[in-house]
Design a binder for this molecule. Structure first.
Ligand code: SAM
Length: 212
C-alpha cells in the first residue's frame, strides 16, 4: 500500500473508533419482503482503486471534470474524495446513516446520500464503483443487472468482484460471450483484483438473467 493509502486507512480507523462504528456488523435491510444483510464496512485498497479509477476515466468519452462518479456502499466516502481529487463529480451512498452523516462532515465537496443499492437509480452516472456490498451472490447479481440496465451508453462499472452468477452469464472460455460482445466491452486492463466492464449499447436485462 502507498503511504497515501496508509494515511487514509489510519484516519478512517480513528473516525470509526471515535464514533463507535469500528467493527460494526452486517447491515440488515428489507428486500422483496425478506430481511437481507449488507456486508459490513470492510475497506478495499485505496491505491488499487485510485489507479483503476484513473484508467476507467480514460474509457469514458468526456472530459474528466464532466465525469459523474458514484460509489455504492461508500462508508466514510474516501473513494469518493479520491475520485473528486482527480476532477470528477463524486457521489456516494450507503444504507447506514451514521456513515453518510460522517462522510458529509468530512468530505464537503462530495455528495452523500442514504439509500439502498437495490432501489437506487444509476442512470445519472458514468463510472460506478463497489466493493462487496452484499454476502448473497444472488443479490449482487441483481445489483449488477440493475446498474447495467440504468447506466448510459459508455458508462463503466468498476468492482472488486463481479458475482459468480454474473461471471457465468457473461463469460465463456473465450472471454465475453459472443452474444454480449456488441453490448459490453471488457478493456482487459491489468488492475490488480479489480474488474471493469463498459456498456456499449442498450440491452435486455432478461437476456443476461436467463443465463445465470
Ligand atoms: C465492504 S464495505 C465497502 C466500503 C467501501 N466502499 C470500500 O470500497 O472500501 C460495504 C458497504 O456497503 C454498505 N451497504 C451494505 N448493504 C447496502 C445496501 N443495501 N445499500 C447501500 N449500501 C449498503 C455497508 O454499510 C458498507 O459501508
Amino acid at each position: 500500500m502507498s503511504n497515501f493509502g496508509e494515511v487514509i486507512r489510519q484516519l478512517e480507523d480513528f473516525v470509526l473508533a471515535e464514533n463507535d462504528l469500528y467493527g460494526a456488523g452486517r447491515v440488515p435491510f428489507e428486500h422483496e419482503g425478506e430481511t437481507q444483510y449488507g456486508y459490513p464496512y470492510v475497506r478495499s485498497s485505496h491505491r488499487l482503486f485510485e489507479e483503476a479509477a484513473l484508467v476507467c476515466s480514460n474509457l469514458i468519452p468526456k472530459p474528466v471534470h464532466d465525469i459523474r462518479f458514484l460509489e455504492v456502499g461508500c462508508g466514510l466516502g474516501t473513494k469518493c474524495e479520491i475520485a473528486r481529487q482527480h476532477g470528477m463529480h463524486a457521489t456516494g451512498f450507503d444504507l447506514k446513516s451514521e456513515y453518510v452523516t460522517l462522510a458529509r462532515q468530512i468530505f464537503l465537496d462530495c455528495t452523500f446520500l442514504e439509500a439502498n443499492a437495490l432501489e437506487f437509480d444509476y442512470g445519472e452516472f458514468d463510472l460506478v464503483y463497489y466493493h462487496v456490498p452484499f454476502f448473497d451472490d444472488r443479490l449482487l447479481f441483481q445489483l449488477e443487472l440493475r446498474i447495467f440496465s440504468h447506466l448510459p451508453i459508455g458508462g463503466v462499472l468498476l468492482v472488486t468482484n463481479f458475482s459468480q452468477a454474473f461471471q457465468r452469464a457473461m463469460y465463456d472460455s473465450d472471454g465475453i460471450r459472443t452474444s454480449f460482445r456488441s453490448v459490453f466491452f471488457d478493456p482487459g486492463l491489468e488492475l490488480g483484483d479489480l474488474q471493469v466492464l463498459q456498456k456499449k449499447s442498450i440491452f435486455d436485462v432478461q437476456s443476461l438473467a436467463g443465463l445465470s
